[in-house]
Design a protein around this ligand. Structure first.
Ligand SMILES: C[S@@+](CC[C@H](N)C(=O)[O-])C[C@H]1O[C@@H](n2cnc3c(N)ncnc32)[C@H](O)[C@@H]1O
Length: 217
């Protein structure tokens, strides 16, 4: 997105702050992340120190659903947490309150790669109802209806989904080996035994994921 050095960013539901920290290192941005999880924020602060960008980024503990930046920012992001605005439309509105005119909104959001045939598929893809997500063309059209130009997008493909998901199976297996007597061990054993086939049957086929860069018209 051709970020100028010193660009200011707000990341709502920033998680462990990886985007802010690496962009601070690679693109010399400054930024603020807000998240409700103290565990993620501790990781984010440690990562900022590790990458030597602790002077450039700030992490705030709190509910991001009403968070508005003190000063307008160049980029406002919400990646994988649009429930904070009660959906895409509300999250676009929320980010607009912080982003300067001509600035960029970044939204990370799932979409249907293929039409889910039944409710089992819908729930296996972490949705409650089919309407919780849209097919990609409809999601892109929705951004337009919200008065935004889509100026860039990055979409997961099945290979990148595999890299993301399979890393979790390895983590679970190693955790089980190290914690055989933990009270969650039986549950995690069942999870590891069923997750790969479940993933291949549903999420890998039906669930798409993208990050979309938007500019208000
Ligand atoms: C799927 S993770 C995405 C994290 C990060 N944006 C990323 O892409 O790695 C969702 C994040 O939303 C945070 N979260 C959930 N509800 C929130 C809220 N109301 N306010 C702030 N953070 C919230 C969680 O703690 C978690 O870090």
């Amino acid at each position: 997105m051709d970020l100028p050095p010193g660009a200011r960013m707000l990341d709502l539901a920033c998680g462990s702050g990886e985007m802010l920290c690496t962009w601070a290192r690679d693109h010399h941005i400054t930024g603020t992340g807000v998240d409700i999880s103290t565990v993620f924020l501790a990781s984010a602060r440690a990562r900022a120190i590790e990458l030597d960008v602790a002077e450039q980024v700030t992490f705030i503990h709190g509910d991001a659903s009403n968070h508005v930046a003190d000063e307008p920012v160049d980029i406002g992001a919400c990646i994988g947490a649009t429930w904070i605005g009660d959906g895409v439309a509300g999250t676009v509105e929320l980010l607009r309150r912080s982003v300067r005119p001509g600035g960029i909104l970044l939204i990370g959001e799932p979409y249907w790669r293929r039409d889910p045939p039944d409710q089992v598929t819908v729930e296996a893809c972490h949705a409650n109802r089919k309407d919780d997500f849209r097919p990609l063309p409809n999601l892109l059209a929705q951004f337009g209806e919200l008065g935004c130009d889509v100026v860039e997008m990055v979409l997961a493909d099945q290979d990148s989904w595999d890299r993301y998901i399979a890393a979790q199976w390895l983590n679970i297996r190693r955790w089980l080996d190290a914690n055989p007597d933990d009270e969650l061990a039986d549950q995690m054993r069942v999870e590891l035994a069923t997750a790969p086939a479940q993933y291949a049957r549903y999420q890998r086929e039906y669930l798409g994921w993208g990050v979309f860069a938007l500019m208000t018209r």
